[in-house]
Design a protein around this ligand. Sequence first.
Ligand SMILES: N[C@@H](CCC(=O)N[C@@H](CS)C(=O)NCC(=O)O)C(=O)O
Length: 219
Amino acid sequence: MPTIYGVLRSRATRPLWLLAEAGTEFSHVPVVQSYRLADPTAADAPLNTLSPEFLKISPQSAVPVMVDGDLVLTESLAITLCLARQYGGDLGPLDANELALAEQWALFGGISIDLPGIDIIYTYADGLADTPDGAAKIAAAVDRLSRPLARLETHLTTHEYLIGNRFTVADIMVAECLRYSQPHKPLHAAYPKTFAWLARCQARPAFVDMMARRNAEAA
Ligand SMILES: N[C@@H](CCC(=O)N[C@@H](CS)C(=O)NCC(=O)O)C(=O)O
């Protein structure tokens, strides 16, 4: 049975959404990011990414981490794809071509979408989107997103989902990377098919339930 380390207010949402969709039994250890704690080294600090107990599992000091038997994985998208292949049925790739496509979408999400989105979501969360510096940061992120989102928009103009004609792990991985860009509404108008697809993914009961639990976690 897999164990996922990481609070829901982290990239642990990626594997946890997949596991919820798959209906797989798993165990969840809500390790919190050290930077969110006043003193992560205090004796009574909750389990966090600097806790010695967690560092033994992942010296990278980041969540999520998955442990499943002898296998330890420390990248959210690798974990999510691995879980889909192992436990996801047709949420996972069904043949070699679908596996290649799932790997492509994982790398696309992680390399082209995730980090510009982080700039966007933190700028909005910090209330800086309307400041000159914040607006410049968002403009740079939007620029970095323009080619990947044009590629996604083209795909989603003729397809309901990323692989085949069904919701798969590829949708979870890319949707979760794209969620960080969602606060910037001009992107919704510029890429309507993409944001309609994102809304479809996010309307799924497993996502709605996961986000309710995420939002109930300490901010
Ligand atoms: N590329 C990694 C990024 C992992 C990462 O940066 N995780 C953040 C939370 S989303 C973290 O644990 N930071 C720990 C810290 O800063 O203490 C992945 O996708 O798993």
